[in-house]
Design a protein around this ligand. Sequence first.
Ligand SMILES: Nc1nc2c(ncn2[C@@H]2O[C@H](COP(=O)(O)OP(=O)(O)OP(=O)(O)O)[C@@H](O)[C@H]2O)c(=O)[nH]1
Ligand SMILES: [Mg+2]
Length: 236
Amino acid sequence: MKLSIIIPVYNEKNTIEEVLNRVLAVDLSEFNLKREIIIIDDGSYDGTREILDKMAKNRDSDYNQIKVIYHQKNYGKGRVVRTGFKYMTGDVAIIQDADLELRPEDQPLLLLPIIEGKTKVVFGSRFRKKVKGVNFYTLVANKIFTFFTNFLYGVHITDVMTCYKVMNREVIKKLQLCSDKFDVEPELAAKICKSGYKIYEVPVSYNPRKFKSGKKIKFSDSFPVLWALFKYRFVD
Ligand SMILES: Nc1nc2c(ncn2[C@@H]2O[C@H](COP(=O)(O)OP(=O)(O)OP(=O)(O)O)[C@@H](O)[C@H]2O)c(=O)[nH]1
Ligand SMILES: [Mg+2]
């Protein structure tokens, strides 16, 4: 079996190298999994591209697992996820944000229920563990989005906006995603539920970053998220 790790990157020059090294250091031998890492740069202009160019020239065997794809301009996270799904060749995909809010070391925990055949979809929940330092408005927004997900789709999850979404290729093929921005998170959850797959949640560690250290999600990103939750309840 092969794992595809999809890393969306937009202006993450401070963390991109560390994310990659920590992802490469994750030991998957107990699962007997091959791995490919697909980094998708979404039109960065802060020096991230130069770092990625340098990494792409590295001939270490570890680095052979890495594919870097460059978007010609900034489209948003949803388009990045769709590019990743298009180019992946693995049987299971995991989305790993490049900002280190979520720890690559949690990947084996997320994969376990899929490897054991318990489920085809796992979400890593940031709110099943005690978490410190979350911005109040971020927390409230997350609670509201998750409430509407549960209400509209009849599920009981705790973190719809998590980047840690892990799923089999079979699931991905059914989804037909069309979001470009952060509305990809509710779109994924909505379409997974509507396709009849059960979301299995695993608690993960969360190290929330502040706006001054690069956090980019904005209040205005909330409206498309809510709209997506309602829209996909009624249309495909
Ligand atoms: N904000 C933003 N991130 C992008 C974009 N394209 C790719 N990304 C990447 O998508 C990931 C998520 O972006 P973040 O700004 O950290 O947003 P988030 O983690 O979902 O939300 P918060 O942690 O609540 O701010 C990061 O790895 C970004 O580098 C984009 O156009 N805008
Ligand atoms: Mg983040």
